[in-house]
Write a protein that binds this ligand. Structure first.
Ligand code: HEC
Length: 109
């Protein structure tokens, strides 16, 4: 490779790495925001602080419904008796992506 191409290569690689670091940071920020919402907006009451629910409430770590963002958002917004609707909760409705990121980050890989 001549010098000109290796300089371009280094710039491209650098931009790629900076982008990766930035999105990892965005993920961490979103996960942390989701954790706060989960704990402050009442999800723990039924699904537990470990997200594993109980006999009456679904385990969010194993539920396939938590992996599908559209389904997840619909359930949280609409509720599903006895789970309340969170449509009127501005923090939860604005933070659905973060809640989704938090719950999915806790699943066993
Ligand atoms: C009053 C108890 C209660 C609270 C509070 C509650 N949930 Fe639920 N949640 C339930 C019940 C019960 C279901 C199952 C509903 C059904 O399918 O019949 C459920 C289902 C879900 C599901 C779908 C999983 C599945 O397998 O059915 C998700 C995702 C979910 N809840 C997330 C949340 C989040 C996020 C919060 C907080 C913003 C929350 N829930 C607050 C009781 C609750």
């Amino acid at each position: 490779m001549n010098k000109k191409f290796s300089v371009i290569g280094a710039i491209v690689a650098g931009a790629f790495l900076a982008g990766a670091a930035q999105s990892a940071l965005a993920d961490e920020t979103s996960i942390a925001a989701g954790e706060l919402l989960y704990k402050r907006e009442g999800c723990t009451t039924c699904h537990g602080s470990n997200l594993q629910g109980s006999a009456a409430f679904p385990n969010l770590l194993t539920s396939p419904k938590t992996a599908d963002k559209a389904l997840f958002s619909a359930i949280v917004l609409e509720g599903k008796s006895p789970m309340p609707s969170y449509k009127a909760n501005a923090k939860v409705s604005a933070g659905l992506d973060s809640l989704y990121d938090y719950i999915n980050s806790k699943k066993p890989k």
